[in-house]
Ligand binder design. Structure first.
Ligand code: AMP
Ligand code: MG
Length: 310
């Protein structure tokens, strides 16, 4: 069924969700739209299914996966979900906030999901397709971004198939993702402190800034990531010879993140522009400067990683 055969593509409607649920039950891999990027889902309670995620993506085994849940009650069955976590989930779920909490001994997750860590990353997604899929199955879904490891994240079904066609069973086509940036990741410590492990669409008040604990705590947040496969020059003011220019605001390019200089629009278009740059005939990509406040923090975080050679 999976492996060498072409990947099935169906609309993310009721029929598609039912088909996806059947495949997931059997331990298969399904790409699903979420409000952030497309996720590559497998049942999180099956070592074989989770192993297929790592194999299909070529993802290093030290890089743990985010577990998608139906809500706070489901999260409490997997993690020590304390008052701080509950308050954050009540405020921001469903939505693009991932909480890293102590893993419960009886969680029943495949060990590869957490890459052997004593913590687990949890999120309740808001996208109707992912929410319907979680309602249709009886297990949580491990789901990293639906792309080969290290490449640009997918915000459309075409992007998914660009690197995973033939490697996964099904893609649910739900059109373009609304936010276009991976979730904010917050670690909730047992003493109640909260720390940002990955910048994203949600800025959580009171969270210690990014960088304080990179390395051990956020495996997988490597410097080179989201790479389009050619050199990327940042803060460009004009196109140089041989460059595909991604514009922002007054700097107009071959494609534009947002010509009105809007960061929300820029986030939603970031990966689509990088995919276009990757496919363009020019051997290099240049990107106009994007302001570093608010959502711009997360956008610049992804751009820096896209510009760092592997
Ligand atoms: P992705 O699903 O590809 O966006 O990547 C998920 C990211 O979540 C990983 O690269 C890790 O940095 C982070 N993550 C997942 N689980 C944990 C955990 N238990 N502790 C810290 N970071 C985690
Ligand atoms: Mg990813």
């Amino acid at each position: 069924m999976r492996g060498k055969n072409a990947t099935e593509r169906v609309p993310a409607d009721a029929g598609g969700i039912a088909r996806a649920a059947r495949i997931l039950n059997e331990g298969g891999l399904v790409a699903v739209p979420t409000e952030t990027v497309y996720g590559l889902a497998a049942r999180a309670d099956s070592a074989a299914a989770v192993g297929r995620i790592y194999a299909a993506k070529g993802r290093p085994s030290f890089n743990p996966l985010i577990v998608h849940v139906r809500g706070i009650a489901a999260a409490q069955r997997l993690a020590e979900f304390d008052a701080t976590s509950t308050a954050l989930a009540e405020r921001y779920w469903p939505g693009p906030l991932t909480l890293v909490c102590p893993l419960r001994g009886d969680a029943g997750l495949a060990p590869a999901v957490t890459a052997g860590l004593p913590t687990v990353a949890l999120r309740q997604p808001a996208h109707p397709a992912m929410a319907a899929l979680l309602d249709a199955v009886e297990f949580p879904l491990a789901a990293p971004s639906a792309n080969r490891s290290g490449f640009v994240s997918p915000t459309s079904a075409d992007h998914v198939l660009a690197t995973l066609d033939g490697r996964i069973d099904l893609v649910l086509d739900g059109g373009d993702c609304a936010q276009g940036l991976e979730s904010t990741i917050i670690a909730v410590r047992t003493d109640g402190r909260i720390e940002t492990l990955r910048a994203g669409p949600i800025a959580v008040p009171g969270a210690a800034p990014l960088g304080a604990t990179l390395g051990v705590e956020a495996p997988g947040q490597t410097l080179s990531h989201y790479a389009p496969g050619k050199p990327v020059r940042l803060e460009a003011v004009a196109r140089e010879e041989g460059e595909y220019l991604i514009g922002f605001g007054r700097t107009a390019g071959d494609c534009n993140l947002s010509d009105r200089g809007d960061l929300v629009e820029a986030a939603s278009r970031l990966y689509a522009c990088l995919h276009l740059g990757a496919k363009a005939p020019q051997p290099r990509i240049a990107v106009a400067a994007v302001p570093g406040e608010g959502l711009g923090l997360a956008i610049n975080d992804r751009l820096r990683r896209a510009a760092t050679p592997a």
